[in-house]
Write a protein that binds this ligand. Structure first.
Ligand SMILES: *Cc1c(COP(=O)(O)O)cnc(C)c1O
Length: 388
């Protein structure tokens, strides 16, 4: 499958087939596996064979999902977890030790920020944040004990971009790792390993499932790093359920198709909303007016499915707009076939101080809209009616 195109791999890559010769991906709901002999079991436990042992370690359906993500990201190896946060936390715990330091972009997912600020200090792990527009300031933050640079691009929720090649060059120069949370872009739009990342993490809950059904997480990249993460996960138990892995594997078959439509709808809605009298600003990476438009063009195939609008009148304006939406629902999720609106300042990012929020572009009037797969005119009209 290695020489086939993205869309073909997404559908045709398959590791396991049972004696029934089923055409679609089989689901192996089993907690453990049996061995033909005591010797085979001994070999499996001593890493002398690849036999499946126990589904906390690995499972054929889970392996299907991981294999597909590796092909999509161009990664050597991968390991999956129950959620995106489990993938992030397990990777951190496997790679860091007391005394280490990490450099991260300041606009990280809220729960990731909480790990840095609330739990890292307990473990004597420190962090420094860099601002999205200031890749050139990263170098000053690096210390002898810095283990990796961590970032998201596009960022959540402000939809800013970070130049992957620039950051990868800094990481390489200082011999530290670059870890990218690629959740917003998906491997269809952006493959950070090609730009120099060592590890790529996903919340599979978002576009990989794409239909708001299951939670999942995955991390792919360099084999020796993945092995460390796998060993930590296999002991501590944040394993992905085989059922969820099966749902996700089937979902990946349509990732390219869905992302094309998410991007088409998002660009259409963003273009139509630009200049609307009720809005201060519309942000979308593939709008020419986006401050990081050139970075977007360089590292992304299209702009993704998320737009932000800044409603005039601050929090009151945003609240009125959200309450007037009819079809689009208010929810924290994103990357769903159904369009979703979120007010970050009062919900996902309410724990940050006003100052910290403003530093990462979260103004009181900012609304994040995950543009779904409904007809683009129905999405646009719902937004336009609410803005009236
Ligand atoms: C949702 C999300 C996560 C966390 O994923 P879960 O599956 O909810 O644990 C991490 N990073 C980003 C960018 C996300 O959007």
């Amino acid at each position: 499958m290695k020489n086939k195109k993205f869309e073909t791999q997404a559908i045709r890559a398959q590791l396991a087939r049972t004696e029934y010769n089923e055409h679609s991906t089989p689901l192996f709901l089993t907690s453990s596996f049996v061995f033909d002999s005591a010797e085979e079991m001994r070999a499996a436990f001593n890493d002398e064979s690849d036999d499946f042992i126990y589904s906390r370690y690995s499972n054929p359906t889970v392996a299907e999902f991981v294999n597909k993500v590796c092909l999509m990201e161009g990664a050597e190896a991968g390991v999956s977890m129950a959620t995106g946060m489990a993938a992030i936390y397990t990777s951190f715990m496997a790679l860091l030790k007391s005394g280490d330091h990490v450099v991260s972009c300041s606009s990280v997912f809220g729960a990731t920020h909480a790990i840095f600020t609330k739990y890292f200090p307990k473990l004597n792990i420190s962090h420094s944040y860099f601002n999205t527009n200031k890749e050139n300031e990263i170098e000053k933050l690096i210390k002898p004990e810095t283990r990796f640079i961590y970032l998201e691009t596009p960022t959540n929720p402000a939809i800013e971009l970070i130049d992957l090649e620039v950051v990868a060059a800094v990481a390489k120069k200082h011999n530290i790792l670059l870890i990218v949370d690629n959740c917003f872009a998906t491997p269809y739009l952006q493959q950070p390993i090609k730009h120099g990342a060592d590890l790529v993490i996903h919340s599979a809950t978002k576009y990989m499932d794409g239909q708001g059904r299951v939670l999942g997480g995955v991390v792919v990249g360099k084999k020796e790093l993945i092995h460390e993460i796998y060993l930590y996960g296999r002991l501590t138990g944040p394993s992905l359920s085989p059922f969820n892995a099966w749902v996700l594997t089937k979902s990946l078959e349509t990732l390219a198709l869905r992302m094309d439509r998410h991007c088409e709808n998002a660009l259409y809605v963003a273009e139509k909303l630009e200049g609307n009298a009720a809005l201060e600003n519309v942000s979308y990476p593939f709008l020419k007016s986006h401050p990081h438009h050139l970075i977007a063009k360089k590292q992304m195939k299209a702009g993704g499915g998320i737009i932000t609008v800044t409603v005039k009148g601050g929090y009151e304006g945003a609240k009125t707009f959200l309450d007037k939406l009819q079809m689009i629902k208010i929810s924290p999720n994103l990357g769903d076939s159904r369009s979703i609106a979120t007010h970050p300042a009062s919900s996902t990012h309410c724990k940050l101080s006003e100052e910290d929020r403003l530093a990462v572009g979260i103004t009181p009037g900012l609304v994040r809209i995950s543009i779904g797969l409904e007809h683009k005119d129905d999405i646009l009209n719902d937004i336009l009616n609410a803005l009236k």
